[in-house]
Design a protein around this ligand. Structure first.
Ligand SMILES: Cc1ncc(COP(=O)(O)O)c(C=O)c1O
Length: 435
């Protein structure tokens, strides 16, 4: 064995607490506002769609929040996830940089999303919820919640963005296998969906529309609550198991990252890997750079504006202070369906506003080109979403080569692309454009 490239932890190393960045921001975040009164939302406002235990977590100022034992027990099905050093990619790039990746694709659903699906289903079951309604883009989130609901005995209904419903049929089949009901959004089942289809019967859908449909479903069904796969504080909080594990694994590797990278849709996998490092920046003045990567055609951080906006198309959610392209923005039908969201997590937006993180954007063909390079060197076919992070990692490694300097790069490989092979097929056949 020439060089150590795999850094693994044991079941006992699964974090015992989630890390809450709200406790460490040097300036408080602007609160979410009630869309009618424009006053900060209250616990009562939020409990219309979420159980109280989750709302308490959403608003919690506590730095560390204990992970309940039943959640840790399920995490143990795939956590701790491996950290790997991409030595073959380094060699292909002829770079002095060391590239590390945290691999979240080993979860049953194939991505980081079960890290929050499991606690959300757990807290809902504890609160007496019988049925959860949600949206999904590429289907990673919907499949994760379908599994989590099955494990906790809840019904699950998923509004899946129409373009992905057709592009990614295996995700839909996975959700069916785990017992969920899946609708192609916009649907004829909700007022929101019907109104949109009347105006544009060919509407490809968007996460903003699917969220509106899931919230409307929640409001009209007894014992049903709503569950969101990204954006909100509690979702980003649950993902911090990723970054906490990375810190232990990087210590095992005997290195500290100079740059930490994650792709951003709603912001949760990026928050998961980076927030423990953002804390190091805030508290210990660590010079680590932290980079969020988005698609150029749906670039809320690099092209959006920071203002209060709705999280959904039909203006049902509270107003959140975030970088946004506008709640009615219709992103082109790129294959990284999980990155087609108009807004950005308020916590990630706040970190960006405070200059704690950077952002960059890539076009679809570049993303697939680098996804293929990664598959051909490291073996894993990355999810198109995660391939955005690979692009930034590769550019950092090339820059290190040009500067003739070592650089330690860490990125989150948030999921595998084994159910996205049709997208790779289109790329290889030369049929993909930049949207
Ligand atoms: C593999 C993968 N990575 C990243 C994302 C983006 O979401 P988020 O920004 O919440 O991590 C998604 C969303 O579906 C995804 O499936």
């Amino acid at each position: 064995m020439s060089e150590k490239t795999s850094f693994t932890l044991t079941q006992n190393d699964i974090p015992t607490h989630w890390y809450n960045i709200l406790a460490d921001f040097p300036e408080p975040m602007a609160p979410p506002l009630h869309p009618g009164t424009k006053q900060p939302v209250s616990l009562q406002d939020m409990t219309a769609i979420f159980p109280e235990n989750i709302v308490m977590q959403e608003m919690s100022p506590d730095r560390h929040i204990e992970i309940p034992a039943p959640v840790r027990d399920i995490y143990a099905l795939w956590r701790p996830t491996p950290l790997l050093r991409a030595v073959r990619l380094e060699k292909a790039l002829q770079t002095p940089a060391h590239i590390y990746y945290k691999y979240e694709g080993v979860s049953p659903a194939g991505s980081h999303k079960p890290n929050t699906a499991v606690p959300q289903a757990y807290y809902n079951q504890l609160a007496g919820t019988k049925r959860l309604a949600t949206e999904t883009g590429a289907g990673q989130w919907g499949s994760s919640l379908a599994l989590a609901c099955k494990l906790f005995g809840l019904e699950c209904v998923v509004y899946m963005v129409k373009v992905s419903y057709h592009q990614k049929p295996y995700r839909k089949m996975l959700m069916h296998t785990w017992g969920a009901t899946v609708h192609s959004s916009p649907t004829k089942h909700t007022h929101v969906g019907r109104a949109i289809l009347e105006k544009d019967p060919e509407c490809p859908g968007s996460l903003g529309i699917a969220i509106s449909e899931a919230i409307e479903d929640t409001a009209h069904h007894k014992d049903t609550k709503y569950s969101l796969g990204s954006v909100l504080n509690h979702v980003c909080l649950h993902q911090t198991v990723v970054g906490q594990e990375c810190m232990k694994q990087m210590a095992q590797a005997g290195e500290k990252p100079d740059v930490v990278i994650g792709c951003v849709g709603g912001g949760s996998n990026f928050a998961g890997i980076s927030f423990p490092y953002v804390r190091e920046k805030i508290v210990n003045k660590d010079p680590v750079r932290i980079v969020a990567v988005e698609p150029t055609v749906c670039a809320s951080l690099t092209k959006g504006e920071l203002r209060y906006d709705f999280g959904d198309q039909a203006q049902m959610t509270p107003l959140m202070m975030m970088y946004t392209l506008g709640h009615d923005f219709m992103p082109p039908s790129i294959h990284a369906g999980g990155l087609r969201y108009h807004g950005m997590a308020p916590t990630v937006s706040h970190a960006y506003k405070l200059g704690l993180i950077e952002a960059t954007a890539y076009e679809q063909t570049k993303v697939f080109e680098n996804g293929v390079l990664f598959a051909q060197t490291e073996g894993i076919v990355p999810a198109p979403e995660s391939a955005h992070a690979i692009c930034a990692a590769i550019d950092e490694a090339i820059q290190a080569r040009e500067e003739g300097q070592k650089r330690v790069i860490l990125f989150n490989l948030s999921g595998h692309g084994l159910l996205d092979l049709a997208s790779y097929d289109s790329f290889i056949a030369g049929h993909l454009s930049n949207g």
